[in-house]
Design a protein around this ligand. Structure first.
Ligand code: NAD
Length: 673
């Protein structure tokens, strides 16, 4: 067999959870399918399930043919007789088989027996594939005389819906076998990734095992609670489920088995005791009504309560780093390409980004720091940073922020002005207030340069989001009071006007502006911060309008924007007293939108900016304008503006791209046109 087009008949052995789904996928793709299992009842049940699933897919329009015509391509076969020997009928089916896909129970002896039999009866050209999750392909292949035609074909549950297939090379699998299996997976409508070495857990389960086990260890060692870890995974990293939520959903017993099997095969890990405890107590999760969370009844699912306000209580990098370390191991050992690792994680686990993409975003230096911390504080030897990560950090390949990490992002461009720094990390850019010895006091020159920088970045189509922050120990402590000596009422009124124009420029800027606040954000500093779109503060931030203490009032929009953000009473209290408030209080009253630990301020701002930067620029602008102009007008004007902008967007290419991508289930690429 050299070509995928020569494949006509597929035999799926094992009609359980996976086997019946794989048979369905093969039949939908138009192949003649033999589905074999040890008992007629099992096969009847499997056919019923396939029929039900097909009717659902037909309803959704995913399957265009009639259910009956797809079903007609599947022939059930009982493959064992009363004495436990393979039947004649099975041998006959194998003779006709171009590809066998084995999905029987996870036992090496049984699989080897089956492969030996298939080897004897299937034609010479036939490929023998196994869906095993944890057994070595090489050892299964050893039972045959055609190890070059034995390959891993690891589907995900449920096969008709999950797009990923891991194609695993045993020690002797030939290039041709891999190529044909990859092509066949595509014919099945799946997206294959190639696992070039037969390592326990392949890609997805290795990354998942690291991720789940270390997250669990954080809880077991008292560093975080279950809800804190899950809230961070869901709401900060944006994964579909938390670590414990997923374990409950898929079954703690299932993970316990797979991870134990991987450990037995040499996967270095310190198993988190909580999995074993739950396993021994038969608290498997949703299916038993109790796992890490509690469910209404066994088998009855209800989403566990994971409070959003716990998000970020654990450093997301701490949770992510073990998965990145595993991915680095896979890459360094040439088990898979970086693209395939990321694809596997996205399609197999539903991550919104690949694990290596995440790493580049958070910074490889931060990942290495987190791993060292995990190793030390949790006593986990396996958290030793992978040499590949260490090497990249030494070379300064830290990810997005240096323009290169696992991927390349184009040059990071830094333009140093007298009082500010512009840093382009496309598609985002930073404006850094750079008078650190003066707490970034706002001199007329700084305001001028800030305005010019905004203009320049507005014209740069490759910059989608701007982040504003301060260098040194503060965001900005306010206007340069030393510059206020010898001023006249008229000159200071002019200064105020200019400053206000800058804040208006920010408010109605055509791109989103995120303000990252640390240390002091006082007076004019706070007024600038309030003119941005979203404010993230570090825990050490102190905010206030202290002008009253000097005998004057805020002059750059403070008396207008502060009450709009926090209400009249709070604004008056802050302005009348001149008091500074900490970030936590600023969050409570709505003056900032998020508070994070100081060492995470940059990464949180970057992560949010990158997330927004993927959205259509014109729609972002329209949303911003509808909100900002709308809030300054009455509801009729606001609604009218909204309707017009809504309509206008339908003249853009990005709307077409957005809708197409949605229908094609891919990530849209917006151009801002
Ligand atoms: P299952 O227990 O649901 O199904 C196994 C089926 O194989 C049963 O119907 C059993 O009767 C049948 N069987 C046993 N011995 C047989 C033989 N000699 N000939 C024919 N049929 C035989 O198991 P499953 O979850 O479908 O797993 C099957 C394989 O797929 C395992 O290797 C597993 O590691 C792998 N896998 C499972 C999942 C999953 O999520 N369940 C995902 C990927 C891979």
């Amino acid at each position: 067999m050299a070509k995928v087009d020569d494949i006509k008949t597929i035999t799926v052995v094992g009609a359980g959870t996976m086997g019946h789904g794989i048979a369905e996928v093969a039949a939908i793709a138009g192949y003649k399918v033999y589905l074999a299992d040890i008992k007629k009842e099992i096969l009847d049940n499997a056919l019923e399930k396939i029929k039900w699933s097909l009717s659902k897919l037909a309803e959704k329009g995913v399957v265009r043919e009639s259910v009956d015509s797809v079903m007609a391509r599947i022939t059930p076969i009982v493959n064992l007789d009363e004495n436990g020997n393979y039947t004649e009928e099975f041998a006959k089916a194998l003779k006709e088989t171009d590809v066998m896909i084995e999905a029987i129970i996870e036992r090496l002896d049984l699989k080897q027996k089956l492969f030996a039999f298939a080897d004897e009866h299937a034609p010479e050209h036939a490929i023998l594939a196994t869906n095993t999750s944890s057994l070595p392909i090489t050892e299964i292949a050893a039972a045959t005389k055609r190890p070059e035609k034995v390959v891993g074909m690891h589907f995900f549950n449920p096969p008709p819906l999950m797009p990923l297939v891991e194609i695993i090379r045993g020690e002797k699998t030939s290039d041709e076998t891999v190529e044909v299996t990859v092509a066949l997976s595509k014919k099945f409508g799946k997206q294959p990734v190639v696992v070039k070495k037969d390592v326990p857990g392949f890609i997805v389960n290795r990354v998942l095992a690291r991720f789940l086990n270390t997250g669990c260890q954080l809880v077991a060692k008292g560093k975080a609670t279950i809800e804190e870890v899950d809230a961070t995974v869901k709401y900060v990293l944006g994964l579909p489920m938390g670590i414990f939520e997923l374990s409950d959903y898929s079954g703690i017993d299932v993970f316990y088995y797979v991870f134990t099997a991987m450990k037995e095969r040499g996967f270095k890990t310190t198993p988190c005791p909580l999995y074993e405890e739950k396993y021994k107590a038969k608290e498997f999760g949703m299916k038993s009504g109790k796992g890490f969370y509690t469910y209404p009844a066994p088998g009855k699912y209800a989403r566990p309560n994971i409070p959003k306000d716990l998000a970020g209580k654990v450093d997301p990098v701490l949770v992510l780093a073990p998965a990145v370390n595993e991915a680095a191991w896979l890459l360094r050992n040439d088990v898979a390409t970086k693209e395939d690792i990321d694809k596997a994680v996205k399609l197999g686990l539903g991550w919104p980004k690949g694990v290596l993409e995440f790493a580049d975003e958070y910074g490889l230096d931060k990942i290495v720091e987190a791993l060292k911390k995990l190793k030390e504080e949790l006593g986990l030897e396996e958290m030793e940073p992978d040499p590949l990560l260490v090497e990249k950090v030494e070379k300064g390949e830290l990810g997005r922020k240096t323009g290169k990490g696992f991927y390349e992002y184009g040059e990071v461009e830094e333009i140093k002005k007298k009082t500010i720094i512009i840093r382009k990390e496309k598609p985002i850019a930073w404006i850094i207030l750079n008078r650190p010895r003066k707490y970034n006091a706002l001199s007329p020159e700084l305001l001028k340069e800030l305005g010019e920088a905004l203009d320049e970045l507005e014209d740069d189509d490759d910059v989608r989001v701007v982040i504003l922050k301060g260098e040194g120990r503060a965001f900005s402590a306010g206007a340069d009071v030393t510059a206020f000596t010898g001023v006249t009422p008229i000159s200071i009124a002019k200064f105020s006007r200019r400053f206000q124009e800058l804040t208006l420029k920010m408010q109605f800027y055509t791109k989103p502006i995120i303000v990252a606040i640390h240390g002091y954000a006082l007076g004019g500093g706070l007024e600038i911060a309030m003119s941005g779109d979203i404010r993230i503060a570090s825990e050490d931030a102190m905010l206030g309008q202290p002008e009253i203490n000097l005998g004057f009032i805020p002059g750059a929009g403070g008396t207008q924007r502060l009450p709009r953000l926090v209400g009249r009473g709070k604004a008056k209290e802050l302005i009348f007293t001149g008091d500074m408030i900490p970030a936590s209080e600023a969050l409570k009253i709505g003056l900032v939108d998020k508070v994070v630990p100081p060492e995470r301020l940059d990464q949180e701002a970057r992560a949010l900016a990158l997330k927004i930067a993927e959205k259509p620029p014109l729609a972002l602008m329209a949303a911003k304008y509808a909100i900002e102009y709308g809030l300054e007008s009455n509801i009729w004007a606001g609604l009218s503006l909204e309707a017009h902008l809504f309509g206008l967007l339908f003249s853009t290419e990005d709307v077409i791209e957005g809708v197409m991508a949605f229908l094609e289930k891919r990530k849209p690429k917006f151009k801002g046109k």
